[in-house]
Design a protein around this ligand. Structure first.
Ligand SMILES: *Cc1c(COP(=O)(O)O)cnc(C)c1O
Length: 428
């Protein structure tokens, strides 16, 4: 062995796990246990004081769940991280150490629909708020920051609309204002983009999607780069000052593990949005093939998008991997291996044609999910976005004539053949 860092696919199979020290089991066992026997009272005291790392209770840490968190940390190039119960939980867990009543985040307006609701409605119950800006307008991002701002939030590849974020430009603004940049890397995965290399402080994932990969588990991950100095200003007292919720410990004194230990010792302890070991096991299995799957997802997506763009029954395809996309050039620097496998298609014939299209497909499933090995489709205007006003639908990229595709790892010809027959049924 040399000191050369291990490659992505090697880490995807090995990182975070080793043969089980008790049994030699090669695959990481599902440690279906809520608690762990202390060696003696002194050992217990050292664990509770965070002087020694170990397992206490599975709401905080569990060996299977920790293996998963550490595997994603390795793939993202972070210092530490946690796994939790869903992507939405991960977002709250990422914000929790940074925020307090009256604090706000500046967020991209192009987000997963559920995140827009979480940020515009639900976090207000905590006294937090979000202002939404077009992150292509860097002056608008800068202008939205005020003295109560505690983070900037964006997604690497945001749907709908095949939008690719200039992470480095946002990281520069965040850094200049003494703020962390949080990037939701769900739709890109670390195989396509490692946001920390572009300057992100924290990376969040819905592990429900590509990481698990086959639509079996809801889960979330937070990865911390370990690079942000929480004491550089007075904005983050829960990290930089003695924290009364953990007998006066100043988490910043833990160096690059400050954020991770805060997330475990206070976030998971008191919010309890914990991942279960069974779920972590499925996600670990999924990650072993992440690189293989993403390669095929991206290859298929490009092939299907190119075919659709040429089809006379289609008005427009918004995929950043197509030369017609305004984000084609940016995609080459942010996601050089491909622009993901998620895009929207505007169908001639409007709402009725879209409804007929989703009803006529045989291979593609009509579901509210993405990042599955199976190809998926949804018509936002008749489902996830049906409660919105017409104007809101347009703003969200969910016009009545738009369907969203999540291209799977089947044979591209079979996906195309299914779309072809369904488009014929829908537009004839
Ligand atoms: C699905 C998704 C989420 C939410 O994740 P859940 O696991 O469903 O809670 C957040 N961000 C993006 C980009 C997603 O696709």
């Amino acid at each position: 062995m040399t000191d050369k860092p291990l490659g992505f696919d090697t880490l995807a199979v090995h990182a975070g796990a080793e043969p089980d020290p008790a049994t030699g089991a090669r695959q990481i066992p599902i440690y279906q246990s809520t608690s762990y026997v202390f060696k003696d009272a002194d050992h217990a005291a050292r664990l509770f004081n965070l002087e020694e790392v170990g397992f206490i209770y599975s709401r905080l840490t569990n060996p299977t769940v920790m293996a998963l968190a550490n595997r994603v940390v390795a793939l993202e190039g972070g210092a530490g991280g946690i796994a939790c119960s869903s992507g939405h939980a991960a977002q709250i867990m990422a914000l929790f150490p940074l925020m307090g009543p009256g604090c706000n985040i500046v967020s991209s307006s192009r987000l997963y629909g559920g995140t827009i609701t979480q940020f515009s409605q639900t976090i207000r119950r905590f006294g937090w708020s979000a202002s939404f800006v077009d992150t292509d307008d860097l002056d608008a991002v800068e202008a939205a920051i005020d003295e109560n701002t505690r983070a900037i939030f964006c997604e690497t590849i945001a749907n709908p609309g095949g939008y690719v974020t200039d992470i480095a430009a946002l990281a520069e603004i965040a850094d200049r204002n003494g703020l962390p940049l949080i990037v939701d890397n769900t739709t890109a995965t670390p195989w396509l983009c490692k946001p920390i290399e572009h300057g992100a402080t924290l990376v969040v994932h819905s592990a429900t999607k590509y990481l698990t990969g086959n639509g079996t588990v809801t889960g979330g991950i937070v990865v911390d780069s370990g690079k942000f100095d929480w004491s550089r200003n007075d904005k983050f007292p829960s990290l930089s000052q003695p924290e009364p919720a953990y007998h006066g410990l100043t988490f910043a004194s833990l160096g690059e593990m400050a954020f991770t230990f805060h997330s475990i010792a206070i976030g998971l302890r008191d919010l309890g949005m914990t991942m279960n070991p069974q779920g972590a096991h499925y996600t670990l299995m999924g990650i072993e093939t992440l690189g293989l799957r993403m390669e095929r997802h991206v290859k298929n997506a490009r092939q299907v998008a190119e075919w659709l763009e040429k089809d006379p029954r289609i008005e427009q395809v918004t995929y950043a991997g197509l030369e017609s996309s305004p984000y084609y050039e940016r995609a080459k620097t942010v996601v050089p291996k491909g622009a993901g496998a998620l895009f929207t298609v505007a169908v001639k014939g409007g709402y009725d044609a879209c409804v007929k299209l989703v009803d006529s497909l045989k291979l593609l499933s009509h579901v509210a999910n993405l990042g599955d090995t199976r190809s998926l489709i949804i018509h936002p205007a008749s489902t996830t976005h049906r409660q919105l006003e017409a104007e809101q639908q347009v703003k969200a990229g969910a016009e009545p004539n738009v369907v969203r595709l999540s291209i799977g790892i089947e044979e591209a010809e079979d996906i195309i053949a299914d779309l072809d027959q369904a488009l014929t049924a829908a537009t004839s």
